[in-house]
Design a protein around this ligand. Sequence first.
Ligand code: S3P
Length: 449
Amino acid sequence: MEIRKPSPLKGEITVPGDKSISHRAVMFGALAKGTTEITNFLQGADCLSTIACFQKLGIGIENTPERILVHGRGLHGLTAPCDILDTGNSGTTTRLLAGILCGQKFESVLNGDASIQSRPMKRILDPLEQMGADIVSLKGNGCAPLRINGNRFCQSCTPYSMQELSELPGAVLSGIHYNSPVASAQVKSCVLLAGMYADSPTSVTEPQLSRNHTELMLSGFGADIRTEGLTATILPDPDLHGMQIEVPGDISSAAYFIAAALMVPGSEILIKNVGVNPTRDGILRVVRDMGGEVALLDQKTSGGEPTADLLVTYRELHGTEIGGDIIPTLIDELPVLAVLACTAKGTTVIRDAQELKVKESDRIAVMAQNLAAMGARVTATDDGMIIEGGHPLNGAVIDSHKDHRVAMSFAIAALAAQGDTRILDADCVNISYPDFYETLRRLCAGAIE
Ligand code: S3P
């Protein structure tokens, strides 16, 4: 993929459905009684991994371009898979599904690609073990593959017959109160989902508030789930009922075009129907803080999730400080914000973002290396980056490390650079945004080959 400087970006675009919400809609629909209809589902590789896993768990799922139909079988309706569950590149599939599988009465193995096999799973193993789950990292390194023995009865020593075992209600876990050391929606959701199979309420307190899509959507499906400050609590054995879900556009995908319009002088674009949940909208707060203009038009709420059309108008930006409680609300947008900071005047400091090191790649190291290759003045720190903005960027060869957000961030950086930029493994954008280059091409005619 080769990209060069464009003329101003003008026009109206839509972005694909939210990745986090798409995953959850399939998962919760599978555990509900009746059919769940999902529109604007993200047809990216990560969400397709979730669909494939639930199909292996006995759930009928019809995937058409207009809608997804999930024929849920209730909380105890999943059936034993006859194969390893392949979660691909998806941390959300791996961690949320692990929580669900700990409550089943069959054994299962979760595994994914090389990136998934190096991402930390101890963060879910710890609370799940506290709940009494039998889950192990098969290589003993705290990573996938994970084996989950939902049944907790060894078949050779159990006093029960196979018939009696099949009639047991599922693995009964113990409800816990978990103080999570990380603000991670994947950890929080994993524990809350396991909590549906527990003998008493389960709650999770996090150090800062992470995205709350699980809490909002599970409550819509009929679960008794409450949030007080930084603590979310779920009552066990909910009766979940199928529902209709319209997935809002993904603000994490909109982020690339927000940044592009704020980098290319004279640009003005309208991004329709974007999810602006306050646990996800940190990017809007930061770009405004940098002097950018983003107006929220036609604000609505659908399934508890606020949405708006975003009108983004080019402005000259200045550097800023990004740290503290805002970090979980923009964690996936930090790579493209780092790019934006290179084009803003003055210094931008990103701190408290050590979680970037355990994403699809080490996003602190990979962003700093590639930005430096373009001539940016960037220092990688232990928990973020320091960027001296306002210096010209040059085209370069970018190693995306097969990380979709790195590839898309550098496609945007290329728009501000002198000379051509080449992105290696550029097709990894399929993970979250299969049409990314088409949309970029449409907005920046002539800039992409
Ligand atoms: C996600 C949570 C975040 C985010 C990821 C999606 C989710 O991860 O980075 O892309 O859907 O819950 P963490 O929970 O690890 O912060």
